[in-house]
Design a protein around this ligand. Structure first.
Ligand SMILES: CC(C)(COP(=O)(O)OP(=O)(O)OC[C@H]1O[C@@H](n2cnc3c(N)ncnc32)[C@H](O)[C@@H]1OP(=O)(O)O)[C@@H](O)C(=O)NCCC(=O)NCCS
Length: 194
């Protein structure tokens, strides 16, 4: 695994870049304070922007290690930070990562997160050299599963009562893409699996 860290990635509509402490206002306003965004997430909404700032300080301190991957999703049109996408768990021995993401409600339904996830997959396979990328979602949050479908992941199955989020203990559906599948996609196959 190459410890290249969170490098800047550009897509058609987005810039993915390391977060900074100055992103606290956008992060708090756009997604961290919204109970509708955190409904299926493991953390409660932030009560104030100070908590957001403290969390960002911690994240920023971890970038230097090179094995911490956490991107701000910047909407190019306005320069606003609208969400984030990160590696929430990394198993270096087998080159495997689990991805998590969230974004402000105003931006839902425009295919933004699939665009970000496709770009992160490209980076993690091509530059970091990973072999497997997976993601999981509460079975009651199928719209997140649609993001995984659109980013070419395959549904592996449901792990019953394997997660805990703001809804309690929940069943989690796991999706993944392997390096070999990503290589096929690169050769010109379809990006969306269904
Ligand atoms: C899940 C999430 C990342 C989806 O990102 P997105 O950029 O809106 O993704 P898409 O535009 O591809 O839409 C995905 C699905 O969301 C649903 N959706 C679309 N617009 C929506 C809207 N305005 N409101 C609610 N759901 C909507 C649709 O089911 C869509 O699937 P479809 O394209 O097959 O109809 C986003 O809703 C989010 O940040 N949710 C809160 C945090 C979260 O749940 N994170 C995932 C934890 S596993």
């Amino acid at each position: 695994m190459n410890k290249t860290g969170t490098r800047v990635i550009e897509t058609e509509r987005l810039i993915l870049r390391p977060l900074t402490v100055d992103d606290a206002e956008d992060m708090y306003r756009n997604w961290a304070s919204d109970p509708e965004v955190t409904k299926y997430l493991t953390w409660p909404p932030h009560p104030d922007a100070e908590l957001t700032r403290a969390l960002l300080k911690d994240w920023v301190s971890r970038y230097e290690a090179g094995n911490f991957f956490n991107w701000a999703i910047v909407w190019k049109e306005t320069g606003e930070v609208i969400g984030n996408i990160s590696v929430v768990s990394l198993t270096e021995q087998i080159g495997a990562a689990e991805i998590g993401y969230c974004m402000g409600r105003r931006f839902w339904g425009q295919g933004i997160m699939p665009e970000a996830l496709l770009a992160v997959e490209d980076y993690l396979f091509e530059t970091v050299g990973l072999l497997r990328i997976c993601a999981g979602h509460d079975v009651n949050n199928p719209k997140s599963g649609r993001v995984m479908d659109k980013a070419g992941m395959t549904r592996e199955g449901v792990l019953r009562q394997s997660g805990k989020n703001n809804q309690g203990i929940v069943d989690v559906e796991i999706h993944s893409i392997l390096r070999s599948e990503w290589e096929e996609r690169r050769k010109g196959g379809s990006r969306e699996s269904r």
